[in-house]
Design a protein around this ligand. Structure first.
Ligand code: ADP
Length: 540
C-alpha cells in the first residue's frame, strides 16, 4: 500500500522561492570583483535569477543543456546558478585553477553551450576559446561600465544581458531526479571525471548540512562562504544558506587574511567555511595585528586534514568552535563532521581537542564503513584501518558520459581514502590509498606524520611520501617548506618528531624544498613528489 502524501519534487529553485518569500529582506553581501562591497537581498536574487532563466530561454537553452560558470563567490554567480538550474539546464562549475588541457577537455566533454565568466578569468577563456567547439556565447559577470576589451566572440556584459528581459517567468516543471549541476574532479591520473548532481541530491544535501550536528545554520546566522562555488558546490552553502534564511557573505576574489577578517568583523559573521590554507592566512593576520574574532562562533575546516595547531588556536585563543569536515566532490561533498556528541561530553577539554583531529562522524543520509582488501567489513575499533566506503542519496552512482561501473556489487562507493572508525563513530583518515606508505607489511599514515611536522616551529608546509626501500619495501621521506628566515635542519626536525610519533614511523630523511606542488583543489600532489624524488637515496 502506498502512502497518501503529496508527490512534491525536491527542486533546487524551491529553496530560493522559500528563502525569498520568508526571508526576502535577508541580505547577501559580496566583496565584488570590481572592488566595492555590494549588498542585495534574497528577494532581489530570486527576481534576477528568474531573469537569467528567461534570458537563457531566449538564447534557446533547453532542459539538460550544459551552461558553465567560471566565477568567484558573488551574488551574480548565485543568480546565475539558480537561474540555470531553475531553467532545467545543468550548471557546470569550472575551476579556474585547472590546467589549460584539463579545461579544454572538460568544456568539450560537457559540451557547454554558454559560459558565465568573471573578468578575472577572461585571459583563461581568451587563450582557450578556439578549442571550445560547443561554446556559443560568453556572458561576463559585470556591467557595461566595467566591461574590459576582450577577443572573445559573441560576448555580452551580464547586466546588459539580464536587463533585456523582465522577471515575468516561471521555473521549469522538472522531475526531481533531473540533472542540476556538474562538477569535474581534478583527477590526479587520467582525465577529469564529471560528477552529475540532481535537483533531489542538492536539496537533500542542503538540508543535511543544516542539521544541528553538521553546520546547523539558522536564520540568525551570518555565513561567510569562502570555499568556492567551483569547489564542490561551496560545500552546499549556496543551498543551505537561503534554505535557513541566514545572511550570506561572499568574498569574491579576496581570500587573504586581511580581506577575510574585514568581512568577518564588518558583517558580524557567526559561521564560515574554508580549506586549511585560507585559515593559515587569517591566523597569521590575527597574530600580526593582535585582532580578535568577537562575532565568530564556528569555523568549518575541510578539504584537507585540519592541523592540530589550527584547532587549538581557534578553540583556545579565539574561543571559536572548530568543525572539522571531510568529504569529496562525489559526495556533494560533505561526508562527516567532527561535532562533539553526548558521549564525548564526559571527556576533558584536552581529549575533546584531540578528538577534533579526526575527520568526524556521519550525519543522517550518509552511510560509511571500512573494508579490507578482500572487501570484508572491518571493526569500528578506532585502530583497524581499511578502505573507506560510503552510500547515500547525495553520493555519485556513476560519472557523466562514462559507462564504467563505480559502485561495488552491493552499492557502495569507494572513496579512495584509508581510514579507521572508532566505537563512537568518529572516522579518521590515515591516507589516500594511492599515497599510503607500506613499511614492513604495516601502513604508516603520511597524514599523521605531516600533521605533527607542521607543528614544528619554522615549518610552513610538510609532505610525507613513501619511497622504495630494499629491506622495508617503502620508507617515509619528509619534505618541508621552511618559513622565511627559519633556522632548521633535518636533525632539528627529527628531534621535534621524536616521541610524538611511533619510532618506526620516523622519516628516514628530511629534505627542504622551495615549494610543494598542489592540485587545483589545494591538495598536495604526492604523485608529482614521488616522481621528483624517484632517484632519491636514503642516507641511512
Ligand atoms: P573536495 O573537492 O571537496 O576537496 P575532492 O573530491 O577534490 O573533494 O577531494 C576529496 C578528498 O580530499 C578526500 O577523498 C580526502 O582524501 C581529502 N579530504 C577532504 N577532506 C579531508 C579532511 N578533512 N582530512 C583529510 N583529507 C581530506
Amino acid at each position: 500500500m502506498l502512502g497518501l502524501m503529496q508527490d512534491y519534487p525536491l527542486l533546487v529553485h524551491t529553496i530560493l522561492d522559500h528563502g525569498a518569500l520568508n526571508h526576502g529582506e535577508r541580505e547577501l553581501v559580496t566583496r565584488s570583483v570590481e572592488g566595492p562591497i555590494r549588498r542585495t537581498t534574497l528577494a532581489e536574487i530570486r527576481e534576477r535569477a528568474l531573469r537569467v532563466a528567461k534570458a537563457l530561454h531566449k538564447e534557446g537553452i533547453k532542459q539538460g543543456d550544459r551552461v558553465a560558470t567560471m566565477a568567484w563567490n558573488t551574488e551574480r554567480h548565485m543568480e546565475a546558478w539558480f537561474g540555470i538550474m531553475g531553467h532545467g539546464a545543468v550548471c557546470h562549475t569550472l575551476n579556474p585553477r585547472l590546467f589549460a588541457e584539463q579545461l579544454d577537455y572538460i568544456v568539450n566533454h560537457a559540451e557547454d553551450r554558454i559560459i558565465f565568466v568573471d573578468t578575472t578569468f577572461l585571459p583563461i577563456m581568451e587563450a582557450l576559446k578556439d578549442r571550445f567547439a560547443s561554446v556559443e556565447k560568453y556572458i561576463v559577470l559585470t556591467d557595461s561600465d566595467h566591461m574590459p576589451a576582450t577577443s572573445l566572440p559573441n560576448v555580452v556584459a551580464y547586466e546588459d544581458w539580464i536587463a533585456a528581459v523582465d522577471a515575468d517567468y516561471r521555473w521549469q516543471k522538472l522531475d526531481e531526479n533531473s540533472a542540476a549541476a556538474l562538477c569535474y574532479t581534478s583527477g590526479t591520473t587520467g582525465n577529469p571525471k564529471g560528477v552529475l548532481y540532481s535537483h533531489r541530491s542538492n536539496v537533500l544535501h542542503g538540508l543535511m548540512v543544516n542539521q544541528p550536528d553538521v553546520f546547523g545554520l539558522r536564520s540568525e546566522d551570518s555565513v561567510l562562504a569562502i570555499v568556492p562555488m567551483f569547489h564542490a558546490n561551496a560545500w552546499a552553502l549556496t543551498f543551505a544558506v537561503p534554505a535557513s534564511g541566514a545572511k550570506m557573505v561572499m568574498p569574491g576574489a579576496g581570500m587573504d587574511g586581511k580581506s577575510i577578517y574585514e568581512l568577518l568583523e564588518n558583517e558580524k559573521v557567526s559561521c564560515t567555511a574554508a580549506v586549511p590554507t585560507v585559515w593559515l592566512g587569517l591566523l597569521q593576520y590575527l597574530e600580526q595585528t593582535g585582532k580578535k574574532l568577537p562575532y565568530l562562533n564556528r569555523v568549518v575546516v575541510g578539504g584537507a586534514a585540519c592541523p592540530p595547531m589550527m584547532i587549538r588556536k581557534f578553540e583556545l585563543d579565539f574561543d571559536v568552535e572548530v568543525i572539522h569536515g571531510w568529504g569529496m566532490t562525489e559526495m556533494s561533498p560533505v561526508g562527516t563532521t567532527g561535532k562533539m556528541k553526548h558521549a564525548t561530553s564526559v571527556l576533558d577539554r584536552e581529549s575533546q581537542l584531540k578528538l577534533k583531529e579526526k575527520q568526524g562522524r556521519t550525519p543522517f543520509l550518509v552511510e560509511m564503513k571500512t573494508v579490507n582488501d578482500e572487501g570484508e567489513d572491518l571493526p569500528r575499533d578506532g585502530k583497524t584501518s581499511g578502505h573507506l566506503l560510503v552510500k547515500g542519496p547525495c553520493v555519485s552512482s556513476g560519472y557523466f558520459k562514462l559507462d564504467e561501473p563505480v559502485l561495488t556489487a552491493d552499492g557502495w562507493f569507494n572513496t579512495g581514502d584509508i581510514a579507521t572508525i572508532d566505537p563512537l563513530g568518529f572516522m579518521q583518515i590515515t591516507d589516500r590509498d594511492k599515497d599510503v606508505i607500506k613499511s614492513g607489511g604495516e601502513w604508516i599514515s603520511s597524514i599523521e606524520v605531516e600533521n605533527v611536522a607542521v607543528g614544528c616551529p619554522g615549518v610552513a608546509e610538510a609532505a610525507v611520501i613513501g619511497l622504495p626501500h630494499p629491506k622495508w619495501s617503502e620508507r617515509p621521506l619528509l619534505i618541508i617548506v621552511k618559513e622565511a628566515d627559519a633556522e632548521l635542519d633535518d636533525q632539528s626536525v627529527l628531534a621535534y618528531l621524536d616521541g610524538k610519533i611511533a619510532k618506526w614511523w620516523m622519516p628516514d630523511d628530511v629534505v627542504f624544498v622551495e615549494e610543494i606542488p598542489h592540485t587545483a583543489t589545494g591538495k598536495i600532489q604526492k604523485m608529482e613528489l614521488r616522481s621528483r624524488f624517484s632517484d632519491f637515496e636514503f642516507s641511512s
